[in-house]
Design a protein around this ligand. Structure first.
Ligand code: SF4
Ligand code: SF4
Length: 94
């Protein structure tokens, strides 16, 4: 059996995005003043970005629901929950 690379595994994912209710919300005013911004470097799918004015821009689409940003954020700058049932990341097999 072929061992899957990370690219193979990422290629097996698909997303059903809940456009009505983001499962992660940041608090932009807290994030702008956050010195560490760990989320920006730690998110495996680069959902967090910083614009030219120092604002943190977050897009929840494509989130792997790994929970890493929830763990590293110690500034209460985000609300984190799983997507509603039937939404979010899922894996294609076969
Ligand atoms: S989500 Fe948390 S770690 Fe990321 S910029 Fe906002 S306060 Fe900082
Ligand atoms: S849960 Fe994981 S993939 Fe989703 S935004 Fe946070 S770090 Fe990125």
């Amino acid at each position: 059996m072929k061992k899957l690379t990370i690219e193979d595994k990422v290629g097996l994912t698909k997303f059903k995005v809940d456009t009505g209710k983001p499962h992660i919300k940041i608090k932009p005013e807290i994030c702008k003043n956050c010195a560490e911004k760990y989320c920006v470097t730690i998110c495996p799918v680069e959902n967090y970005k910083v614009d030219e004015n120092g604002n943190v821009i977050f897009a929840f689409e494509g989130c792997f629901e790994c929970g890493t940003c929830r763990i590293v954020c110690d500034k209460c700058g985000l609300e984190w929950d799983y997507p509603l049932g039937g939404y979010g990341v899922c894996f294609r097999e076969g």
